[in-house]
Design a protein around this ligand. Structure first.
Ligand SMILES: Cc1cc2nc3c(=O)[nH]c(=O)nc-3n(C[C@H](O)[C@H](O)[C@H](O)COP(=O)(O)OP(=O)(O)OC[C@H]3O[C@@H](n4cnc5c(N)ncnc54)[C@H](O)[C@@H]3O)c2cc1C
Length: 405
């Protein structure tokens, strides 16, 4: 490891804070600056649609690390400041109008929730959910009986629908796809999740699209393409997130679906690394760049970057893993989901609006490519760790499995 001047980490959230702390742990002896646009200590987002939104977790429980850890690691927190420009040619970044020199730069700028491109999307009462401030604004507008329409039933929309239902809101959820989490879980699991929501009283409008959001000075209804009018006081759009690649793209870094990195987190510019939701990483066992927007991946990439910078490089070549909590169901997914691929289920996915215990293997070309499950976490995670090496789907230890789709 050569001492080359400060490490500047841009984005003070999960990936950024993890990278800064890991750099120090790995022996980086130069100054470390952790620069973040949000004016608060780095926090984790998963509870924003779960316990924090429900009011059962307080903000202190969301922190990536307590404040003293940054002080102990001599990490300078520069919060409430945005990096506006990168100058990779002369190893500088512009922060709040100042051009600061760096030895290494780590870009962890994450992603921004996608705003719906719909008439009425700017009305009061239309919410996105990415930040703690977003969660506070949403929570303040929902009470028992509040009519809420959730637009988009991906990971965040599904969790928001479940959480707001739990606090007594009257929730309708709309998605053009046939099931919640359609792109992330096999079809039988999507159907189980749809039944779960219905069983709790969430009304689903699946395979249906929104035409417009209407209201005078605040939202009053969501109108679907087929003319159905859903009264609403609150609308939550869960339409995915757009990576914050602006400064990197403007500086000429290689940007595809995110900032492109190799398996060590190196970007196309010398001494510039990236980690977390903003990246599109080259994944060796997939043989291509992939974007992964999950909590664990952000931590792993940040660790890989710190290791590479400090001279102990190890490629990150794992399959992704994430969880979601909806009602009392803790669902986990490892690997690379493919909604169109056949799936082999061991156990019972669900019945009568309840989830069962199961492990569902998505099989592509005779190999397990993803695994989805409830109540079988240890097995699922072990299988997930093995996936990059290749797991044939006829595992002799498992006995015959029933092919259901
Ligand atoms: C509501 C919600 C629920 C989730 N639930 C789950 C879950 O159940 N399971 C799971 O695996 N994952 C979940 N995730 C995903 C997980 O939270 C993300 O993968 C993780 O936050 C990625 O961390 P990050 O640091 O890469 O990006 P982010 O958390 O997006 O942080 C990026 C930071 O960079 C800052 N920034 C951006 N541009 C600049 C700039 N130019 N200058 C300075 N600062 C800048 C931003 O303000 C932000 O603070 C959830 C996400 C959300 C929003």
């Amino acid at each position: 490891m050569s001492a080359r001047g400060p490490a500047i980490v841009v984005g003070a959230s999960l990936a950024g804070a993890t990278a800064a702390l890991a750099l120090r742990r790995h022996g980086w002896s130069e100054p470390i600056l952790l620069v973040g646009e949000e004016d608060r200590l780095p926090y984790e987002r998963p509870q924003l649609s779960k316990g924090y939104l429900a009011g059962t977790r307080d903000p202190g429980h969301l922190l990536v690390a307590p404040e003293r850890r940054y002080a102990d690691g001599d990490i300078e927190l520069v919060l409430g400041q945005r990096v506006t420009e990168l100058h990779p040619g002369d190893h500088r970044v512009t922060v709040g109008g100042r051009r600061l020199p760096y030895g290494v730069l780590v870009l962890c700028t994450g992603a921004t929730a996608r705003r719906p491109a719909l008439p009425g999307a700017g009305l009061r009462g239309v919410h996105l959910l990415r930040t703690l401030a977003d969660a506070d604004r949403l929570r303040a507008e929902v009470a028992p009986g509040t009519p809420v329409v959730v637009v988009g039933m991906g990971l965040i929309g599904s969790e928001v629908a479940a959480t707001l239902n739990r606090i007594g809101a009257d929730v309708v959820a709309v998605d053009p796809l046939p099931a919640p989490l359609h792109r992330l879980v096999p079809a039988p699991v999507g159907e189980m999740l749809a039944d779960l929501h219905r069983g709790h009283g969430v009304r689903l409008r699946l395979g249906r699209s929104v035409r417009e959001i209407t209201g005078r000075d605040r939202v009053e209804a969501v109108v679907l393409e087929d003319g159905e009018r859903l009264p609403a006081r609150v609308v939550v759009a869960g339409l995915g997130a757009v990576p914050n690649t602006g400064p990197a793209a403007a500086a000429g870094l290689d940007v595809g679906a995110g900032i492109r990195t190799d398996a060590f987190g190196r970007t196309s510019a010398p001494d510039v690394y990236a980690a977390g939701d903003v990246t599109e990483q080259f994944v060796p066992h997939r043989g291509r760049h992939q974007r992964v927007e999950h909590w664990k991946h952000a931590i792993q990439q940040a660790g890989a970057v710190a290791a590479a910078i400090t001279g102990t490089p190890a490629p990150l070549d794992e399959s992704p893993w994430f969880w979601t909590d909806q009602y009392d169901v803790h669902l986990e997914v490892a690997g690379w989901p493919d909604a169109a691929a056949p799936v082999v289920v061991d156990g019972v996915v669900g019945a009568g609006g309840q989830a069962g215990e199961f492990l569902a293997r998505t099989v592509v070309d005779g190999r397990v490519q993803a695994v989805t499950g409830v109540g079988r976490g240890r097995e699922l995670r072990a299988l997930g760790r093995a996936l990059p090496g290749g797991v044939p789907h006829e595992d002799p230890l498992e006995g015959p499995l029933e092919e259901i789709a």
